[in-house]
Write a protein that binds this ligand. Structure first.
Ligand code: C2E
Ligand code: MG
Ligand code: MG
Length: 791
């Protein structure tokens, strides 16, 4: 059931995780899709780029072929005007105006002079010569040029021309060739520029030679187009396609590394930085073969992939899913809360307690509501008992919850048998019970007290559970209607508070709520807070009250007593704050402080040369029960180098009632160290001297309530004498607390009481007034005497 509840409680986390996870997966898928898409785009762009490049080259090819065919198909020799006109048409097709066209004419040696003379006749070429001026069988001089003419007359068949072999090839196979072009500078020096030439040989059909000069196969000359790389690449940028970065190298000669002549990142020189930039990322490589040359083309996306990705969709999806996850988990949380609430309500509305068969918490509260209504009508009184078992947790811890449950069942049965029939009984949960009773008779209060005593008595009779005997006590708090509460809630709260008082008073008792109780509880809470503060800020003090030998009147011991002067609460008596410290657990820290402080004082007195008798420290049950009590004590003795015989420990008899066996061993060890033990406030508890005989006590302290009036109260007188006599029989010395009058002291001495303590002798002294106290002075003088006698 709790498992299901936990799942329901955490369902919103699960829903959030699932939906958010879906969001992450969707975003990743979108990212992947987008990346694929971009890579596809890149491939398409590359393809388009390559197609464009090929188209551009083919266009140059078509143009050179166009000029060649035009020259071939003429019926007369080519003249400059015709060449210029044909070339000008190219200009129309070439958008970038970077084309240059030339015609090199085949000239056999026999025609050389005629040719030169003819050329010299052309406008501006009067100094025309075939260069270099070698004598050969045939020549191929640059004859016409468009739009301008560089190097007229330069002979492409000359030995000095580096492309001569290419020219011969073109001539022999009649195709067209492209080559890395050396421009014809005025110095005739070959320079590599970023331009190419595409050449084509012109053959005149042999049957149509007419008056033209060709070789025997009809070779008439070569037409060439020079195009610049810049002009070429300007045609390649494809609008509408995501930018393609590219670089182009001519690798015909197999040069390694390739000579890059175009790069989309620059239109001037390609340097090492451009090259290393390419080496970093991935790119596609395509080889293009055209006009006898082999080009390598590298392409890739012009910008980084991450930069190209459309993040809006991807992040949008993630945000959308996150919002959805938040919304859904919020909704599921609402639902699960509602579900748990329903479960809770369903649980709460159960009328019978499953374990004991008594009314449930829900039902008994409902009953109380009803009873209040009828009592109001009939002007009746009503009592609410809040009953809580004492130390039930200890039974659970020692024997397990199953045994605890069985005990609860038996307690419930006993409760039913001891309470009158008209009592309505319910279990609030745990070991808490609520009893309601309408009171119709006037002597109700006397009857109620008797009933409480009877209930406590009956409940604390032994139980037989699982073959063993168990004992448990109970504390009762009572609140009366209408005097101390007009509604169920207040009545239960006040009865609870009274029960708390009963517990504080030492358990196994009952309390009736009165108006002052609330104020008392709130004062206790204040004391608790202030006490913590006082302890942390060292605002407490130890005072020391002498104990006097009744025969010799010598001071034989001192009791360390806490003193606290609070700035807000004023002087608070240990009678008031020690029980609060015990209930709240502060006593542990407080006890340690008292021990340490006592040791410090002992050291100081020793340094001052003041002899002090043994100091008795009061020790609470909780302190003694600490597992490290003994080791802590030993470490303090060691730290301050204190003789253990200077210490005494006072414990109240209630410790022995609670856990005689457990304490016995510890007390024995403490006693072995040489520390004397006293049993404090003797006579107030359910004391039986019998268990004292097995324990290592040295002193019994008769509680001051007996001493106060033993001379007037014969019972107390008898008790005082009995305690003195019995203690002596057990070899214990007796200390009487609270002696205020001389006659008390005298009578006690007659009874044989050994030691007295009380205002008659001295109040507790501050640590600093110790040295000047007459009793201590006397002690020191006596000690000095014996020392001087001895020494
Ligand atoms: P106690 O151990 O029985 O201490 C004796 C109490 O009687 C002291 O009260 C003391 O001042 C008081 N007293 C002494 N002579 C007379 C007298 O002639 N007449 C009257 N009426 N009272 C006298 P105090 O100091 O108020 O302490 C009350 C209790 O608080 C102590 O009772 C002791 O149980 C507890 N207590 C005090 N200091 C400590 C401490 O350091 N640790 C622990 N655990 N308890 C302490
Ligand atoms: Mg004491
Ligand atoms: Mg005492």
């Amino acid at each position: 059931m709790t498992q299901i509840k936990r799942y329901v409680k955490n369902a919103y986390l699960i829903v959030f995780s699932i939906v958010f996870f879906c969001g992450v997966v969707t975003s990743l898928a979108l990212y992947h899709e987008e990346k694929q898409h971009l890579m596809l785009d890149e491939n398409i762009a590359t393809e388009q780029f390559i197609t464009r490049l090929k188209d551009a080259l083919a266009q140059y090819g078509r143009e050179v072929a166009g000029v060649a065919i035009m020259i071939q198909s003429m019926d007369e020799p080519l003249t400059n005007p015709i060449f210029q006109r044909a070339s000008r048409q190219l200009e129309a097709t070439e958008k970038n105006n970077t084309l240059r066209v030339y015609f090199a004419k085949y000239v056999p040696h026999s025609q050389r002079d005629t040719y030169v003379t003819q050329q010299q006749g052309l406008a501006g070429l009067s100094a025309f010569q075939i260069t270099p001026s070698e004598i050969r069988k045939e020549y191929l001089p640059l004859t016409y040029g468009y739009p301008f003419f560089t190097n007229p007359g330069f002979d492409l068949l000359s030995d000095t021309y580096s492309n001569r072999d290419v020219i011969q090839q073109i001539r022999s196979y009649q195709g067209f060739e492209m080559s890395e072009l050396p421009t014809f500078s005025s110095e005739g020096v070959k320079q590599k520029t970023r331009s190419f030439a595409l050449r084509r040989s012109i053959y005149i059909p042999l049957d149509n030679i007419k008056n033209r000069v060709t070789d025997e196969f009809g070779f008439y000359g070569i037409v060439g187009i020079i195009f610049e790389v810049n002009g070429l690449v300007r045609q390649l940028n494809v609008p509408g396609i995501r930018g393609v970065a590219y670089r182009i190298a001519d690798i015909t000669e197999g040069s390694q590394p390739p000579v890059w002549f175009a790069d989309s990142r620059t239109d001037i020189n390609i340097n090492a930085e451009h090259i290393s930039h390419w080496e970093k990322g991935h790119f596609n490589t395509t080889d293009i073969y055209y006009g006898g040359r082999n080009w390598r083309v590298d392409t890739r996306n012009s910008s980084d992939l991450l930069g190209l990705i459309d993040w809006t969709l991807i992040l949008g999806a993630l945000i959308l899913f996150t919002l959805l996850a938040l919304l859904l988990s919020w909704y599921v949380r609402l639902l699960s809360n509602a579900y748990n609430q329903t479960l809770l309500l369903a649980n709460e509305k159960i009328e019978i307690d499953g374990l004991t068969g008594l009314y449930s918490r829900y039902k008994i509260q409902k009953e109380l509501d009803e009873l209040i209504k009828t009592c109001e009508l009939n002007a009746n009184k009503l009592v609410v008992f809040f009953l809580d078992l004492d130390h039930f947790k200890a039974i659970n811890d020692a024997f397990g919850h199953e045994t605890g449950d069985k005990l609860l069942v038996k307690v419930a049965q006993r409760l039913k048998s001891v309470l009158p029939d008209k009592a309505i009984i319910g279990r609030l949960g745990g070991d808490e019970f609520l009893v309601l009773m309408v009171l119709d008779d006037k002597k109700a209060c006397v009857f109620l007290e008797r009933l409480c005593r009877e209930v406590i008595l009956q409940i604390s009779q032994s139980y037989f559970v699982e073959g063993g005997t168990l004992n448990i006590g109970c504390s009762i708090g009572a609140a009366l209607y209408p005097d101390y509460g007009q509604d169920a809630e207040t009545l239960i709260k006040n009865a609870d508070m009274a029960m708390y008082e009963a517990k504080s008073a030492g358990r196994a008792t009952y309390y009736f709520y009165d108006g002052a109780m609330g104020a008392r509880i709130s004062r206790n809470m204040r004391i608790e807070t202030r006490l913590r503060y006082a302890l942390q800020n060292s605002l407490l003090e130890l005072h020391f009250q002498p104990k006097v030998d009744l025969n010799t009147k010598e001071c034989v011991g001192m009791e360390a007593l806490l003193r606290w002067e609070d700035s807000e609460l004023g002087t608070v008596s240990p009678m008031e704050f020690i029980p609060i410290a015990e209930q709240s657990g502060i006593i542990l820290m407080l006890g340690e402080w008292v021990f340490e402080q006592t040791f410090k004082h002992l050291v100081i007195w020793k340094e001052q040369g003041v002899q002090v008798p043994p100091i008795a420290i009061n020790c609470s049950a909780a302190q003694l029960k600490r597992p490290n009590f003994l080791s802590h004590l030993l470490s303090l003795l060691d730290k301050y180098q204190i003789d253990p015989s200077l210490l005494e420990i006072e414990v109240t008899e209630s410790i022995l009632i609670e856990d005689a066996k457990g304490c016995a061993e510890l007390l024995r060890q403490v006693s072995k160290l040489g520390i004397k033990l006293a049993i404090d406030d003797f006579g107030t508890g359910y004391s039986s001297l019998s268990y004292l005989k097995d324990l290592p006590f040295h002193y019994v302290k008769i509680d001051q309530v007996f001493i106060r009036d033993f001379m007037e109260d014969s019972d107390h007188d008898a008790l005082t004498r009995a305690i003195i006599n019995l203690s002596h029989e057990l070899n214990l010395k007796v200390i009487a607390e609270g002696i205020t009058r001389v006659d008390q002291m005298e009578r006690l001495r007659e009874y044989g009481c050994d030691i007295g303590q009380g205002y008659l002798f001295s109040k507790a002294l501050g640590a600093n007034s110790m040295a000047s106290d007459p009793m201590i002075v006397a002690l020191n003088e006596k000690q000095g005497d014996s020392d001087s006698f001895g020494g």
